[in-house]
Structures are given as structure tokens and as C-alpha cells.
Design a protein around this ligand. Structure first.
Ligand code: GDP
Length: 449
């Protein structure tokens, strides 16, 4: 999400930085470009106007032009304005994730148009509540419109390892909702997720049904699911649901396919409802919390280190990582370790996804994708190391021409590739040695103080 906007804005700021001292005209020109970039990203016009006006006012107020690093100041001001547009900043930070502070079973109502990803998201939420929050979750489909809808949810529940309400043919949505809450109370569930029926477009029948279910079930969270790819339509849908039904939060799906991100930037201001979660893929674990400050960082190429570290903490095998770190400290890092490191990186998802979260690297992402580097490199390197003997992995220095030819043939690649890997490994080892030295010096200083 936001790739296009991110690269445009970074272009604007790079030009500003190259100028050093800024005139008022430079800032005005930059703001004009920011405005165009936001509009191209499909951000709603009133939101764009507001954001640019805010930035202009603050840039003047802070005497950016006379400051030491004017371009950096402008970036900071734009960053803050984006955080605010996304619903963050200010005195009450935007809530992220779900609010479950209510007596059990906490009802969560899922609403939205057909195809928005409502049922998929219900499954994702159930899985997350079960795994992360240790909650006992019951999933119930109130969709009597689509014949297979209730079965689809039951299947998703099974995949997630949570319960689903037994299907009773012929019941109305209100009856199913009542039965779900009843089962939820009797069988001591913590959370009951009620997945309502969608329609192809907003119509009174849909809104009436959803409003009736809401009035009866009195959900603690009413989550509207919208498809980010539909841009401004998603925002209009959200406004309609907000006015007619009232929602407590928005889940934006398909952000994995949405390069523009306009809907996310417009949503808060136009609908007043906070985005709480993002759906970033079809798999059940592809659900992310929505943090305005981190997202702004991603847009402005300042990286999203916090999310990266969280993702790492979830996927990386701690024991293995500690063993590796100990080896690194002793300067005993070999190709065996490199291979296991590659495996860990592979587990964290696509390389370009990881790089997108690193500061300053966001812009490289497209080049990496274009060069088709991504995970194929990881796999190739793993294959090359796989066709080495254990001795070669532990003492790569012995790998000379004939061994290289054998290894390349074994991995189905060229000697150049083997050379490239060995060079990369050498560079890494050298860097680790330098880091170790620095660390030791630091420790000595600490000891003397
Ligand atoms: P519903 O009609 O609103 O219940 O929509 P579904 O949950 O059946 O989802 C419709 C399609 O969108 C399915 O093929 C899902 O796999 C897909 N989908 C849902 N969420 C996401 C997402 O975050 N990213 C992607 N790429 N696909 C998604």
C-alpha cells in the first residue's frame, strides 16, 4: 500500500534536500507537488486540501526557511499532517486493534458489501483473538442470502481452529444472532463474531437488516469491512454505513493489492470512523493492526521498524537467533549459520515486503521487484550452500576453483553465482568483525566509567 504515493513524495523531498537553503517559492512548489501526489493516490479532494493547508500554515509558522535543515522540517510537518489524517496524533491516539472491554461474550458485528472480504476477515479476527489474546471465540454467519455463506464461515472457523455456530436451515438473521449469543453465554465464549450478509451495493434492505441485527445483538464493536482497492468508493460506502448503521471501526482489506492508498488517507476525515485493522492477503494470518504513525513512516520512506521488529519477534526462532548471535560475537559465523539465517528471513515473508519497512529502503523496493531479486536469491543461496560439504560450510576458505565448479553444478547454477555468494559472505564476516571490535571498545568504556 502507498508505494506510488511514497515514491512521489520522496521525489519531492529529495529535490528539496538538494536545494539546501529554501525560499518561500521552493516550499510552495513542493506543496503543489505534494498536492498532485495525494490526488493521484486517489485521496479525497477535501482531505487533500485540508492536509496541504495545514502543512502550509505550519511551514510558515515554524519559519522553516530559516531553520538549519529546512527540507527535513518540511518532511516532519508533512509526516505529522499525514499521521493526523490517518487518525493519529493529538491527545487521544487512535485505537488500534479491537476493544474487548465488555462482559463476555463480547459480540462483534461484521458488516460490509459482498466481496469486500467480510467473511475472510471474520476468520482472521477469530484466529488472532484465539492465538494472540487467548480468547475462546465463536463464529456465526447470519448470511441467509448466499447459500454457501454459512458453510464458508464454518470452513474458515475449522481452519482457524475455532468454533462455529451449528447451521440450522430456515432461520432468520435475527434468530441466528439470538441463538449465537445464547450459545456464547451458555458455553462461556469470550467473543462471538457475527458475520452479516452483504449485498452488491448499498440498498435499504441491507441497511435495514444490519440495523435490526445491531439493535438486537448490541455489539461492542461494529466493524465495517471495505475493499481498499475500490478507493473513493470504499470511502463512500463507509460514509453510508456510518450514517445509517453506525460503526465503531473500519477494516480495510486488500491493502496488499492497493498501491495508491487513497482510501486509507481519506477514511477518518470523511467518515469519522477509525481504521482499526488492515487485511493484507488471503491467508488467515494476513491481518495487521493499524498504526497511523507507522503508516506515515512507511509513506515517507522513513520505514516501519516497529512493525518489522514485531514481525520478527513472531516468526523468528528465539533459541536459534540467540545461538547465532553468540557465534557472531565470537567471530565464528560460517556458511551453515548463513543458511539458517536465510531460512529465518524466508519465514518472515517476501524480501521486498521486509525491505519496505526499512528506513530509506522503501524506494529501492520497486527496483528489487523489477530485478526479480526477492526470494529467488534466498532460495538460490540456500541451494548453493546445500550442495557444499559440511567442511566447506565451516571453512569456506578451502573453496577454490574445482570445488566451486562442483558446487555450482550441484545447485544448478553458475560459478559466478557461487563467487557472488562467497563474496557476500566475506563482506558479512568482515562487518561482523568490525561490529564486534566496536562492541568491545564500547564495553571497555563502560567498564572504565
Ligand atoms: P465477503 O463476501 O465480504 O464475505 O468476501 P469474502 O470474505 O468471501 O472475500 C472475497 C475474496 O476476497 C476472497 O477470495 C478472499 O480470499 C479475498 N480477500 C479477502 N481479504 C483479502 C485481503 O486482505 N487481500 C487479498 N488479496 N484478498 C482478500
Amino acid at each position: 500500500m502507498f508505494e506510488a504515493l511514497s515514491s512521489k513524495l520522496n521525489g519531492v523531498f529529495d529535490r528539496l534536500r538538494r536545494r539546501g537553503a529554501l525560499s518561500e517559492a521552493d516550499v510552495s512548489e513542493a506543496l503543489r507537488e505534494v498536492r498532485v501526489a495525494l490526488l493521484e493516490a486517489d485521496v479525497a479532494l477535501p482531505v487533500v486540501k485540508d492536509l496541504v493547508a495545514k502543512v502550509r500554515e505550519r511551514a510558515v509558522g515554524q519559519e522553516v526557511i530559516r531553520s538549519v535543515s529546512p527540507a527535513q522540517q518540511v518532511v516532519k510537518i508533512v509526516n505529522d499532517a499525514i499521521v493526523e489524517a490517518l487518525g493519529g496524533g493529538g491527545e487521544t491516539p487512535a485505537p488500534s486493534g479491537l476493544d474487548l472491554s465488555a462482559p463476555s461474550p463480547v459480540p462483534i458485528l461484521m458488516v460490509g458489501l459482498q466481496g469486500s472480504g467480510k467473511t475472510t476477515t471474520s476468520g482472521k479476527i477469530a484466529l488472532r483473538l484465539k492465538n494472540r489474546d487467548r480468547k475462546k471465540v465463536l463464529l456465526a454467519s447470519l448470511d441467509v442470502q448466499r447459500p454457501a455463506a454459512q458453510l464458508q464461515l464454518a470452513q474458515l472457523a475449522q481452519q482457524a481452529g475455532v468454533a462455529s455456530l451449528p447451521i440450522v436451515p430456515g432461520q432468520t438473521p435475527l434468530e441466528i444472532a439470538a441463538r449465537a449469543m445464547d450459545v456464547g453465554r451458555r458455553e462461556l465464549y469470550d467473543v462471538v463474531v457475527l458475520d452479516t450478509a452483504g449485498r452488491l451495493a448499498i440498498d435499504e434492505a441491507l441497511m435495514g437488516e444490519v440495523a435490526a441485527v445491531k439493535a438486537q445483538a448490541r455489539p461492542h464493536e461494529t466493524l465495517l469491512v471495505v475493499d481498499a482497492m475500490t478507493g473513493q468508493d470504499a470511502v463512500n460506502t463507509a460514509r453510508a454505513f456510518q450514517e445509517r448503521v453506525g460503526v465503531t471501526g473500519i477494516v480495510m482489506t486488500r491493502v496488499d493489492g492497493d498501491a495508491r492508498g487513497g482510501a486509507a488517507l481519506s477514511m477518518r476525515q470523511i467518515t469519522g470512523a477509525p481504521i482499526k485493522l488492515l487485511g493484507a492477503g488471503e491467508k488467515q494470518d494476513a491481518l495487521e493492526d493499524f498504526h497511523p504513525d507507522r503508516i506515515a513512516g512507511r509513506i515517507l520512506g522513513m520505514g516501519d521498524i516497529v512493525s518489522l521488529v514485531e514481525r520478527a519477534a513472531e516468526t523468528i526462532d528465539r533459541d536459534e537467533a540467540e545461538k547465532l548471535a553468540a557465534k557472531m560475537q565470537k567471530g565464528k559465523f560460517d556458511l551453515e549459520d548463513y543458511a539458517s539465517q536465510l531460512k529465518q528471513i524466508g519465514k518472515m515473508g517476501s524480501l521486498s515486503g521486509i525491505l519496505g519497512m526499512l528506513p530509506g529502503v522503501g524506494r529501492m523496493k520497486q527496483q528489487i521487484e523489477d530485478a526479480n531479486l526477492d526470494n529467488t536469491i534466498l532460495k538460490r543461496h540456500a541451494a548453493i550452500i546445500g550442495s557444499m560439504t559440511p567442511k566447506e560450510r565451516r571453512t569456506p576458505d578451502i573453496i577454490k576453483a574445482s570445488r566451486k565448479r562442483r558446487i555450482a553444478a550441484g545447485a544448478g547454477t553458475t560459478v559466478q553465482e557461487v563467487n557472488r555468494l562467497l563474496k557476500q559472505f566475506d563482506d558479512m564476516s568482515a562487518m561482523m568483525k568490525r561490529m564486534n571490535k566496536m562492541g568491545q571498545k564500547g564495553m571497555m568504556r563502560g567498564g572504565l566509567a
